[in-house]
Design a protein around this ligand. Structure first.
Ligand SMILES: Cc1cc2nc3c(=O)[nH]c(=O)nc-3n(C[C@H](O)[C@H](O)[C@H](O)COP(=O)(O)OP(=O)(O)OC[C@H]3O[C@@H](n4cnc5c(N)ncnc54)[C@H](O)[C@@H]3O)c2cc1C
Length: 486
């Protein structure tokens, strides 16, 4: 497996002259747009003339101030050669990147050299794996060179024969990825149980880290992911016993006072909390979705929390929660000003539907409430905007009329997302750094959610509430253990 950086986004002035040949200057320039009144070209000049200052600025804005999205402006193109199918699965699990992979449907793979995984290579089983892989290639080659089969299957022959190729079979991928996602893949890979994946993560770090050191910085392994999976798997072993019933189907019995056999397929939507837990059970066991759902739906609140606790305990404040939290879909509808909408729309992992701004409906910020004169003028301007809106609408239509409205004018929106993204949203927007209006909305979402779904929302809070939340939840766990012992 080989990782080569093939290209990167760079300021076009330096394609010929490599004075500041790093994509970091673009990130730094764009990051400064937020706080500086300078023009964008002037900011780009500043960055390329002082690369070290640009790097410092990236570090401040991305890591100290937490605006990680700035790192998305730097993009790498990476050649990945000779990756096993398992490595490809790891790489392509990351959804926010672009891939083109050599296809086993169209390309002959019989001349490839498989690599025995390093974990096995040194052991007694190494030679058995080698024999088996050779036999697989032999069958593949015999099949694709068989004239009768060629005649019968034509273009479909490679597609059919590939089923015998091993997961060790190497392939190549072209990967285009931004620095934020690159850093994430490296951290995930460093803590991955497969040596090949760890080696890939190191190769990716080597290829990108020297080119953009201020963007590829926090690359320590995300060990909390595997630790959490291990803890949940262990807990499940203790909670469920698997046995076959008379029909040869597996029946689950859980250590609860009530029997927990499902007679029909549970619909997920009427019990969304258990849907998240079912996702965790599914990923950390060999149960079918039906079985995992059935088990989760029959759990007591304490048992649900038991399964969730390893996540809440091990995942650090900046980490995205496991994808099982995406099993819970949420739909909110509320009114928001144009100013609040400007922030809401930046959350891309959501479905956002909106109506036009309502000319007769606006937010009045606290600052104008402080002074009667200012307040009267504010309202007066709002009313004038409303009147002019209707006049313009008459002549030019409602789209154009919107121009006379203000950041204070409101619209109705539907914000549909999942619990994983809601956690991310609330970490940022219920934090004290967030602007008042969106914080108020975020806090209201938290309140509603906690009322209905107290288990999965146990750690739903802004970044500044994280430590206290974790102390509370760990305190609960300790108290619970004491109770169990006594
Ligand atoms: C206090 C505060 C001040 C802010 N100030 C400014 C400002 O001055 N100017 C400004 O422009 N913005 C500002 N923002 C917006 C901010 O930069 C983000 O755009 C916004 O918060 C959305 O967050 P996000 O990008 O983490 O996540 P989302 O879009 O909600 O995505 C969720 C997660 O998906 C992943 N993700 C999504 N898309 C990508 C991608 N393309 N590549 C890699 N990973 C991805 C990330 O892990 C991300 O955390 C501010 C935000 C806050 C909270």
């Amino acid at each position: 497996m080989k990782v080569t950086i093939a290209g990167a986004t760079m300021d076009r002035r330096f394609w010929k002259d490599d004075k500041a040949a790093t994509p970091e200057t673009i990130s730094a320039a764009y990051a400064r747009i937020s706080h500086s009144p300078k023009t964008i070209p002037a900011l780009r000049d500043m960055s390329v003339n002082e690369v070290e200052k640009a790097r410092k600025s990236n570090e401040n804005i991305i890591y100290k101030m937490g605006h990680s999205s700035v790192a998305e402006h730097a993009v790498f193109n990476i050649d990945i050669e000779d990756a096993s199918r398992l490595l490809v699965e790891f790489i392509e699990r990351h959804r926010l990147a672009s891939f083109t992979e050599r296809s086993q449907r169209y390309v002959f793979f019989g001349d490839k050299t498989f690599v025995i995984p390093k974990e096995i290579a040194g052991s007694d089983l190494g030679s058995k794996v080698k024999d088996l892989e050779e036999a697989k290639f032999q069958l593949y080659n015999d099949t694709v060179s068989n004239e009768v089969l060629k005649e019968k299957f034509g273009d479909k022959l490679l597609e059919q024969a590939r089923y015998i190729l091993g997961l060790t079979c190497p392939t190549d991928i072209g990967l285009t990825i931004n620095a934020r996602e690159t850093e994430y893949i490296i951290s995930q890979g460093m803590a991955h149980p497969l040596l090949e994946v760890q080696e890939f993560a190191k190769g990716l770090l080597e290829a990108t880290g020297s080119l953009a050191p201020s963007l590829i910085k926090y690359v320590e392994g995300n060990f909390h992911v595997q630790q959490t999976k291990d803890e949940i798997s262990k807990m499940l072993e203790g909670m469920a016993k698997f046995r076959l019933n008379e029909d040869g189907k597996r029946e689950i019995s859980i250590n609860t006072s009530e029997s927990a056999v499902c007679s029909e397929l549970p619909t997920p939507s009427d019990d969304p909390e258990s849907e998240v837990v079912a996702g965790l059970i599914f990923e950390n066991s060999d149960m079918s979705l039906d079985e995992a759902r059935c088990m989760a739906r029959n759990m007591t609140d304490d048992q649900l929390l038991d399964i969730l606790l390893p996540v809440f305990k091990n995942y650090p404040v900046h980490a995205s929660l496991p994808r099982a939290f995406e099993m819970m879909e949420l739909t909110f509808d509320f009114d928001i000003s144009a100013s609040g909408f400007a922030q809401l729309k930046r959350h891309r992992m959501a479905t956002l539907l909106s109506q036009r701004y309502d000319p007769g409906f606006w937010e009045t910020p606290d600052v104008f409430m402080e002074d009667k004169g200012l307040l009267m003028t504010y309202w007066e301007l709002m009313k004038r905007s409303r009147e002019l809106y209707y006049q313009i609408r008459e002549e030019f239509g409602p789209e154009v009329a919107q121009y006379v409205l203000t950041n204070g004018h409101k619209r109705k929106v539907i914000f549909k997302t999942n619990m994983r993204e809601l956690y991310h949203f609330v970490r940022l927007r219920s934090d004290h750094h967030a602007q008042d209006e969106i914080r108020r909305i975020s806090d209201m979402m938290v309140g509603e959610m906690k009322k209905h779904f107290p288990m999965v929302t146990s750690m739903l809070c802004g970044k500044d509430g994280f430590d206290e939340g974790q102390r509370r939840i760990l305190g609960c766990e300790a108290a619970y253990e004491e109770e169990e012992l006594s």
